[in-house]
Structure formats: structure tokens, C-alpha cells
Ligand binder design. Sequence first.
Ligand code: SAM
Length: 267
Amino acid sequence: MTGPVRQTMYTHGYSDSVLASHRQRTAENSAGYLLPHLNKSMHLLDVGSGAATITTGFVPLVASVTALELKKEALDLTRQEAQRNGVEMDFALGDVHALPFADNTFDAVHVHQVLQHVADPILALKEMRRVVKPGGVVAARESDYEVFAWFPEDPLLSEWRQLYLDISRSNGGHPDAGRRLLYWAMVAGFTDIEPSAMSWCFATQPTRDYWGGMWERRILDSSIAEQARSRGVSQQKLEDISQAWARWKDTPYGWFMVPHAAILAYK
Ligand SMILES: C[S@@+](CC[C@H](N)C(=O)[O-])C[C@H]1O[C@@H](n2cnc3c(N)ncnc32)[C@H](O)[C@@H]1O
């Protein structure tokens, strides 16, 4: 293990509105850049598995999957998703800053939308590099909230983004993680890295209903809502932001883009 265990507050928490969003994720739609590199002989670690709809998608593609989560509450969500899907995997409690595995244990280590929430992403990547075998791959994908883009413009949605950035940073997070991923991996010791970028696009009525409807609820009822209130943001302001999301959702030309950066880093 390397360095001390560090903790940040996980900004999103595990409320229903958050989990409903994370459960839209699949191995295909969120880890497509890694899938061609997996095979049935590989042992894969998924760090920060959470709602685990991505994690369960790896199971048929590899020899074994180990899911790691920071807290029992989150690991229980992973267990429930594995049970729902009737798939076998191993479960581990631990912190990505000090992974509870020997050096050179896994063929692939996957991490999705986790590094933006941790205190020291470089130490996290060093740890993932330590536990992957020589020739193995660490696959990481992170979004970049600073460059989320939408139309039509609405000052309340700009306030929403600023609120999120402020809360994430005050929790020790890195909401612009995407653009930093390559740099972090290089400092962590990787020399063979394939970078790429992709995006989610919400611009059809069903996708606007999902993304806009999720934030319409999440800004009122989630860990972010509680943190906003504790920073002195009024209930009226949160309701105004929620209504702005409802208006955006119902705009027939409403458009929203969430950019992601990804790396495949080989040891
Ligand atoms: C945004 S969720 C992503 C979950 C899943 N990877 C996905 O994309 O659906 C971030 C997850 O990282 C976990 N997490 C946060 N800090 C962590 C740490 N230091 N070590 C391991 N997991 C952590 C949280 O508990 C949470 O489940």
C-alpha cells in the first residue's frame, strides 16, 4: 500500500434520484472504450462500483470481477445489483488511496466517475497501477462539469452549475477531472496511455425527460440539495432551479452535452 488513507465527502450521496441516474449506465454506454480490450482470461477490478450496472456488465466478458467500494452502504448497492442480475462477483470494502490488494493482482482495473470525488487522484492512479499486472490496463473515465454545454441558456442553470462546482470543490473534489486525467496518469507513472473523449447528448424528448427530470428532483432531494441548504442557499432558489430544469426538459429543441475524457493506461 502507498501513503495514508485520505477521505473526501462523496458529493452525490446515494439518494434515489442519484441512483436512478447512475443505473442508466451500462458497460456498453459507459465503458465502451475498454470492452474491446477485455477477454475471458482476465481478472478485473472495478473501483467505486456504486450502483454497479456497469460492473455487472463486465461479468460475462472476463474470468472474474471484483467490485470495490468505500462504504458498506455503497457496497450493499453493488451486491443488490449483482443479485438482481444473478451474477457472481467478489466484493471488497476499501479506499482507492490504499487498495486492499497485493501488487500485480488484476489484468484490468476500471474506474468510472470516481477520481473527480477523491482527495488525491494521482495517489489513486498509483494504487491502481500497483495492483494491475505488468501488461495490464487501467481504464478511467471522468466528466468535466466546467464544460457541460446546454441550450437554451438560462441563468438558473448557470447558477446550478456554479453551485455544483462550489460544493464539489469544497468537498475536496475535482469537477473538471476529465481534462486532468492524462496529466494525473503521467504523474502516477504511466508512460503508455491512450487518451480519448466522448460525450453524452440529451436532445430527444426521452433523453431530456431523463436528464432534466433527474436534476429537477435531485436539486430538491439529494445530498447536493442538503449541502446547498447548509451553505445558505434558500429553498426558493432550489425550487427556482428545479423549475428551470423542468422548463429545459420541456423545450423541444433543448440540448445538453456532458463531455467525458477517458484513458487506457498500460503498466
Ligand atoms: C459517481 S459514483 C460512480 C459509480 C459507478 N462507477 C458508476 O459510474 O455508476 C462514485 C462512486 O465512487 C465511490 N467512491 C468515492 N470515493 C471513493 C474512494 N476513496 N475509494 C473508493 N470508492 C470511492 C462512491 O462511494 C461512489 O459509489
